[in-house]
Design a protein around this ligand. Structure first.
Ligand code: GLP
Length: 242
């Protein structure tokens, strides 16, 4: 390990963060490995407990480290990447990255569209839609909380299926729907209490809010989905060309 640079204008906690980050990049500290305890870092780098803690807290908030109560702080796995250009289902997206999808279905029912969903799907507010709320897991780990609103005539059959191990897109395609294009938005958000409970992270953690309105090949909007993805597990990549 190299020491801290006392002549540097960078605060000590920041320097320690960069040292730890470097160790992870070089794989001196590997995924899932426990990092040295605060006490050891203090001795090694001649810093205070507070400085070591601040560096660790920030790396935890960035999703690079994670804490386990009573056990210590560990190096997190790589973030799951989502390519922004492809119209993929969660299941396809995860499969492409070698992860298996499962879902916990919180509820699946017919509800009145209401003003927001009605406007987005181009229907009357009092019309029924199928609303499905699922916690999406990748390899058993909660990744996102997803609320889908689907046109009743398209998705009614989903209410009779066990959706915990099925893809909605696969089922809709099997039913003859041709999923063609979607408009999607991304926004920074923080986890609320309900999401915290289902995603296994604390309230106020950073998250990514993704909203999608999906159309079929006749340009009919058939779904509006709001998904909250864990900020510590997701990264979106795009390819930009001039
Ligand atoms: C993604 C999209 C949602 C879509 C879902 C379908 O998560 N953001 O808009 O409804 O995939 O996923 P699946 O087919 O795995 O149920």
């Amino acid at each position: 390990m190299s020491g801290l640079d006392t002549s540097s204008p960078l605060p000590k906690y920041h320097q320690l963060k960069e040292i730890l980050r470097g160790m992870i990049e070089r794989e001196d500290l590997q995924r899932g490995e426990i990092i040295p305890p605060e006490r050891e870092l203090c001795e090694e780098y001649g810093i205070s407990r507070m400085t070591a803690r601040q560096a660790i807290v920030e790396l935890v908030n960035e999703g690079i480290l994670y804490r386990e109560q009573g056990r210590g702080t560990f190096v997190a796995g790589e973030k799951v990447k989502q390519e922004a250009e492809r119209l993929a289902s969660f299941t396809e997206d995860m499969a492409g990255r070698g992860h298996e999808t499962t879902s916990s279905v919180l509820d699946a029912e017919s509800v009145e569209a209401g003003p927001v969903v009605a406007r987005l799907l181009g229907i009357e507010e009092t019309e029924k839609v199928v609303r499905i709320r699922r916690v999406r897991h990748a390899d058993g780990e909660p990744m996102a909380l997803e609320t889908s609103h689907l046109l009743h005539e398209v998705a009614e059959g989903l209410l009779r299926l066990d959706l915990s191990s099925r893809s909605i897109y696969d089922e809709l395609r099997t039913g003859g729907l041709s999923i063609a294009w979607a408009e999607q938005s991304y926004e920074a958000t923080v986890i609320n209490e309900l999401e915290a409970e289902h995603l296994g992270i604390s309230t106020g953690s950073p998250a990514l809010l993704i909203e999608r309105v999906t159309h079929d090949d006749r340009d009919l909007a058939f779904e509006y989905v709001k998904s909250t993805y864990r900020g510590d597990r997701y990264r979106i990549t795009t390819t930009l060309r001039p």
